[in-house]
Design a protein around this ligand. Structure first.
Ligand code: A2P
Length: 317
């Protein structure tokens, strides 16, 4: 398995198991299967509401000798209700407790958006806290402390655009060591990719298969279905692979980490095997032509009228 190297020599396996939308009762088996077939990276977050289950499965797998703790990379994320520096440490402690770990490999600020404490999803704009009240730089300073104390090995962000990455690069003591963002053939984000490469900030691709299992409330009526894309199917046929495998392999060919979610054992196995799939330059060119700047995850509930956040402020600026 190819890895992303960090300055201190740590290596993050580039393909991990995604756990967003892994339902209670299913996440456990998914993680167990993943470790059994050889995954060395699991991507988690408290807002997925399954960290305790993931933690149980991890502990059981490690106790059963299926893997060593040092051979499994665990990422988790700080939810939007815990941006206030005094809430950062308790949020991490809860996550470590749920995951049954002493230390996280990577801890990410989940969104550049702050909520009131205790809010999972804001029911009204008043539950959103403007960034000038809880600046990202202050949240980041609390993340830096956790790293300095060794409670987390690396710190990064998710859903950050270039100006927000630059802000932390300029104001922080530690530059972000990861940006986890939506990346797939319909949303290729070439400017972010070249900025990140230039700056040495690794990227992780989320929703690499188009996250078709999102709740209907998070779906646009006319959204394109990535797993049905004819070009992806054609390429898959030429390699005797599945469309999902082409999508995973495409992400790896762009040197991004990738975290396909699955709770179906055959998919979990198949997605891992995609690391062996070699795409040709022609394949990559054909996929490059599919970009349509299409976001499946728009964060639109947080940019409703009256919110301190707007779509362009979150994504473009
Ligand atoms: P399942 O959990 O049954 O495997 P994303 O990673 O973009 O969020 O996409 C997750 C969706 O893709 C889920 O609906 C998941 O279903 C499905 N999926 C994951 N792996 C595969 C695969 N190899 N083939 C087809 N669908 C897959």
């Amino acid at each position: 398995m190819r890895t992303i190297s960090f300055e201190n020599g740590d290596e993050m396996p580039m393909l991990g198991l995604g756990t967003w939308k892994s339902a209670p009762g299913e996440a456990h088996e998914a993680v167990t299967t993943a470790i059994e077939v050889g995954y060395q990276h699991v991507d988690c977050a408290p807002i997925y509401k399954n960290e305790a289950e993931v933690g149980e499965a991890l502990t059981e797998s490690l106790d059963a000798g299926m893997a060593d703790r040092d051979d499994v990379w665990i990422t988790s994320k700080l939810w939007n209700d815990s941006h206030d520096p005094k809430h950062v440490r308790p949020a991490l402690e809860q996550t470590l407790d749920d995951l049954q770990l002493d230390v996280l490999d990577l801890y990410l600020v989940h969104w550049p958006v702050a909520f009131e404490r205790g809010v999972d999803y804001p029911s009204s704009p008043s539950k959103l806290v403007p960034l000038d009240e809880t600046p990202l730089t202050e949240t980041w300073a609390a993340m830096e402390e956790l790293k300095a104390e060794g409670r987390v090995r690396h710190i990064g962000v998710s859903n950050f655009n270039v100006p927000k990455l630059q802000l932390l690069q300029e104001e922080g003591r530690v530059a972000p060591e990861m940006n986890q963002i939506e990346l797939h053939p319909y949303l290729q984000q070439p400017e972010m990719l070249s900025f990140a490469r230039e700056q040495g900030i690794p990227l992780t691709a989320y929703s690499p298969l188009g996250s078709y299992d999102r709740p209907d409330s998070m779906k646009a009526d006319d959204e394109p279905t990535l797993l049905d894309e004819p070009t992806i199917h054609e390429i898959a046929e030429t390699h005797d692979a599945s469309p999902a495998q082409v999508l995973v392999s495409w992400a790896l060919h762009r040197d991004t980490a990738v975290i396909p979610k699955s709770t179906t054992p055959s998919h979990i196995q198949q997605n891992l095997e995609a690391a062996e799939l070699e795409l040709t330059n022609d394949d990559m060119e054909a996929i490059a032509a599919l970009d349509r700047g299409y976001r499946y995850l728009t964060a639109e509930d947080w940019t409703v009228e009256g919110s301190p956040y707007t779509q362009s402020q979150i994504w473009d600026e």
